[in-house]
Design a protein around this ligand. Sequence first.
Ligand SMILES: [Cu+2]
Length: 361
Amino acid sequence: MSFEDATKSNRRQFIQMAGVGIAASSAIALSGTQASASVPKPELTTGSFVGKRLLPDLVVADPTAIPGPISYDSPRSHDIHLVAKSVVSEILPGVTHTFMTFNGQVPAPMIRARQGDTLNITVTNSPENETSHSIDLHAVRGTGGGAGYSEVAPGKSKTFTFKADYPGAFIYHCGVSNMDEHISRGMFGMIVIEPLEGLPAVDREFYIGQHELYTKESFGQPGEANFDGRSMVKEDPTYVLFSGAVAPFVASRFGTMKAEVGETVRVFLVSGGPNLMSSFHPVGNVWSRAWPQGGLANEPLKYIQTWPVTPGSTFVGDMDLPVPGLITLVDHALSRVTNKGNAAQIEVIGDDNPEFLDAKG
Ligand SMILES: [Cu+2]
């Protein structure tokens, strides 16, 4: 099989896998075994920092392994430790990439605190790395958002402290001179500074990150996909990913995200880029409440269909789930879905609700 054939074959496989003829997404119906599984609520941990990879040898972050809503009402101090390390991880079956990460996961762990809290940020650069890394948090006022104080050589650590005096959901990312490559390869995450009054309660929260990967090899070519700086400069990526893999959260890969009819869910999206804007849309639903740019200090917009999430920013959106089915989260620049790997699904489990949707057949 030629590389060209392999690519085509893999692309077909991906489209089938993700069910992302979008209209065809219902083809991955609720008839699978996962539909009947009980849906345990995620453990909502209070505290500052939780992160977990879906599998030890995979960078894909568990979208539910995040700190829970803030439950305290006086300022606290948090110690955050981020370790820069490289991880070889599967983009899709048979294709790997050497990702650059914070704590081995993409997106990097969500940091969650409250307006007025103090955060002690330590960045450690693993000794086996070959380049420096740093952290630029958009929740920080100061040189490089902290990058000026945190650039570390392999084997070293640096710490700085800041007060989170304004609320919002912000990106953080590596801030070294070739940060565009480092972000493309996985070095970005979200820091949520909750406003003093907190956020409206929801039943579940999910956390994903969009980024594009530029490789010398074409989409789906088996083996290691090597980073390609030239296609990055042209802004012509091979893959447009959620959380470091092609369509990670579909039944045929690592499983859908799950919720129940009647619940309200919140999605935290961090758009790493480094270059593409995500036209973020939930196929089969609408954002009942939306905080563009992660602007949590503002009143949310209501019933928003698709929102541009610029590189270097975030989006926070809530959905109501009156009917069962699949919601496919996409960048609505749809060639990125059908050709470059961008899709993630929330599976809504429960009884039909003909008052809202009556499929008569
Ligand atoms: Cu870096």
